[in-house]
Design a binder for this molecule. Structure first.
Ligand code: ZN
Length: 504
C-alpha cells in the first residue's frame, strides 16, 4: 500500500507535511474522528485529501461554499485525482450524470453542499458505494454559538447516522472558540476525536490598524493601493452600497477593480470572481460574501475599509492574504462609525431574526461581547499580533516588531502623497535570472490559458522561482522541486524544461 508520504509527493508534489498535517492524516487513516482548528493557509485540504486517496471508499467533503468546491475539484483534477462536486450550480442533467457516475464508483472525493446530503439521488449513491470518510469543512457553521450558523449543517448528523457503516468523520474550521468546538463535537456526534488546534500565528502577515474619519478613508485607500503596484488584493466593505461606491471610485482612478456582493446576480458574481482568480483584475472590492473558500494563494493585501463585527471574521478574512507564505499586508481602517454600524446589524438580528426570542437575545449578547474585542483590537496601541493570538487563546511575545503598533514609535508614518496616476518605475536591466523567470511566467500564462485554469493552479510563484534557481534539466530534477506532483510534472513539465533549456 502507498504511504501518506508517497501520496503527498506523487499527487501534491510536497516532500514533507506541515505542522499538524501528518497527525491528522494518521488519525483519519487509523479510523479516528478528527476536530481540527486550523487557520486559513495552514494547509487544511491536504489533511483530508491525502487520507481520502488512501482509504478504500469514497470521501465526502461537506462544504457550504460553491466556489470552494469548484476550485478544489479543479485543482484535484489537474493533479490527476478523480473528484467531482454536487451543488446547485449544476443543472438537473449534470447532477443526474454526476450521481450516475458516483454510483458507478468513478470518484474518490466528492464535494457536496449540505442541503444535497439527504436527497434521494444522493442517498441512492451512498447505498451503492461505501463511504469511508465524511469531512465537514467550515464546521463552525453547525454551531448556533458560532459566528456563521447555517441550519442546513444540522442535516449532516442525520446523514451520517443513516449510512450502513459509520464512516470516519473529520471536521475542520479556521476559527472557533472553546465553546464552539464543544458544540461542533456534540452536533456532529464525533466519537473521541483527535483534537488539534494549529497555531494561529502567521508571521508573514503584516498587521496594521489605522484610525481614520469616514471622509479620510477614500484617500487613504487610494494611496495605499497605488503603493501596491500590480499586486492582487481584496478590499472588504460592510455594505453593498459601500462596495459599489468604492469600486466605482477606484475604477474612475484607473485602478482595475471588480465588485462582489450578495445582491449581484449569480452570473456577474461568478464572472468577477473568475476575473480576480485569473488575475484579470487587480483589486476585488467585496462584502464578506466574498472569499470563503477562495483559494487564491498570492493575495498580497487585505484592506478592511470598515471594521468587521468580530475578530473571528476579521482574522478569517485577513488570513486570506499571503497563503503562499510570502509577505502580505492586512490593513484595518477604523472609524468610530464602524462600531455603530456593527451595533446596528446586531440589534436588527436580535429584533427580526428567525430563531426563538430567547436564543436571539443570547446570541446578540455574545455578538456584542465579540464586537467589544474587535473594537479593542482596532484601537489598541499594543502589539496587534499579540492581541490577536491572545484572543484565540495562544501565547505570544509582547511585541512582534512587525505590526503597525510595534513599528509606530520608531518609524514615523510617511505623509500621504497626493493621489496621482500610478507611475511605473524604470526597469533595471534584466539579469539572466530575471529573463528566465519572465519566460517561466509566460509559459505558465500560456498553459493556464490553454487549460482554462488560474495561473497559480499550474504552479505557484514559489515553484517558478525554484525552477529558475535550480534550472532542472530532466523531469526527475523537476520533480525534486517542492510543489510539483507526478501528473503536473508530466503535463506541464516539458514546457518549463524547454524554457530552462533556452535559458529564458
Ligand atoms: Zn506587534
Amino acid at each position: 500500500m502507498e504511504s501518506k508520504q508517497d501520496v503527498l509527493k506523487k499527487v501534491f508534489g510536497y516532500d514533507s507535511f506541515r505542522p499538524g498535517q501528518a497527525e491528522i492524516v494518521d488519525a483519519a487513516l487509523a479510523g479516528r474522528d478528527v476536530l481540527a482548528v486550523m487557520p486559513t493557509g495552514a494547509g487544511k485540504s491536504v489533511c483530508y485529501q491525502v487520507p481520502a486517496l488512501l482509504l478504500p471508499g469514497v470521501t465526502l467533503v461537506v462544504s457550504p461554499l460553491i466556489s470552494l468546491m469548484q476550485d478544489q475539484v479543479r485543482a484535484l483534477v489537474a493533479a490527476g485525482v478523480a473528484a467531482a462536486y454536487l451543488n446547485s450550480s449544476l443543472t438537473a442533467g449534470q447532477q443526474a450524470l454526476m450521481l450516475r457516475r458516483a454510483r458507478d464508483g468513478w470518484y474518490k472525493i466528492i464535494y457536496v453542499a449540505p442541503e444535497r446530503l439527504m436527497t434521494q439521488g444522493f442517498l441512492r449513491f451512498t447505498e451503492a458505494q461505501p463511504v469511508s470518510m465524511v469531512t465537514v469543512d467550515e464546521a463552525h457553521c453547525i454551531s448556533q454559538w458560532g459566528h456563521d450558523f447555517r441550519p442546513s449543517y444540522l442535516q449532516i448528523r442525520a446523514f451520517i447516522d443513516q449510512l450502513p457503516a459509520r464512516p470516519v468523520v473529520t471536521a475542520f474550521t479556521a476559527t472557533a472558540t472553546a465553546r464552539v468546538r464543544r458544540d461542533i463535537e456534540a452536533q456532529l456526534g464525533l466519537q473521541e476525536p483527535f483534537r488539534l488546534t494549529a497555531g494561529f500565528d502567521r508571521p508573514n502577515l503584516q498587521l496594521e490598524t489605522r484610525r481614520l474619519s469616514e471622509s479620510e478613508k477614500p484617500r487613504a485607500l487610494v494611496d495605499f493601493l497605488l503603493d501596491q503596484g500590480d499586486a492582487p488584493g481584496i478590499v472588504y466593505c460592510s455594505t453593498v452600497r459601500q462596495v459599489e461606491e468604492t469600486c466605482a471610485m477606484l475604477r474612475g482612478l484607473g485602478i482595475q477593480a471588480a465588485a462582489y456582493h450578495g445582491q449581484m446576480d449569480a452570473a456577474r458574481r461568478r464572472q468577477n470572481q473568475e476575473d480576480f482568480l485569473f488575475d484579470r483584475v487587480q483589486v476585488m472590492v467585496a462584502t464578506n460574501a466574498f472569499g470563503m473558500g477562495i483559494d487564491k494563494p498570492n493575495v498580497r493585501f487585505i484592506v478592511h475599509y470598515n471594521m468587521p463585527k468580530d475578530l473571528e471574521s476579521y482574522y478569517q478574512e485577513a488570513g486570506r492574504a499571503g497563503r503562499d507564505g510570502e509577505s502580505a499586508r492586512c490593513v484595518l481602517f477604523y472609524a468610530p462609525n464602524d462600531v455603530r454600524l456593527a451595533q446596528f446589524f446586531i440589534d436588527k438580528e436580535e429584533a427580526e431574526g428567525d430563531a426563538p426570542e430567547e436564543q436571539r437575545h443570547a446570541a446578540a449578547q455574545e455578538a456584542r461581547e465579540r464586537l467589544k474585542y474587535m473594537t479593542f483590537y482596532a484601537t489598541t496601541p499594543r502589539c496587534l499580533r499579540a492581541e490577536l493570538l491572545h484572543y484565540f487563546g495562544e501565547a505570544a511575545p509582547a511585541r512582534c516588531r512587525s505590526c503597525s503598533n510595534c513599528l509606530a514609535p520608531k518609524v514615523p508614518l510617511p505623509r500621504p502623497r497626493p493621489a496621482a496616476a500610478p507611475k511605473k518605475k524604470a526597469a533595471p536591466p534584466a539579469s539572466a535570472d530575471e529573463k528566465l523567470l519572465a519566460a517561466l511566467y509566460a509559459v505558465r500564462r500560456d498553459l493556464a490559458r490553454r487549460e482554462k485554469l488560474p495561473a497559480f493552479m499550474i504552479f505557484s510563484d514559489a515553484v517558478l522561482r525554484d525552477i529558475c534557481a535550480r534550472r532542472p534539466r530532466t523531469t526527475a530534477e523537476l520533480r525534486a522541486i517542492s510543489g510539483i506532483g507526478e501528473v503536473k510534472a508530466a503535463r506541464y513539465g516539458p514546457a518549463f524544461l524547454e524554457a530552462v533549456r533556452k535559458g529564458g
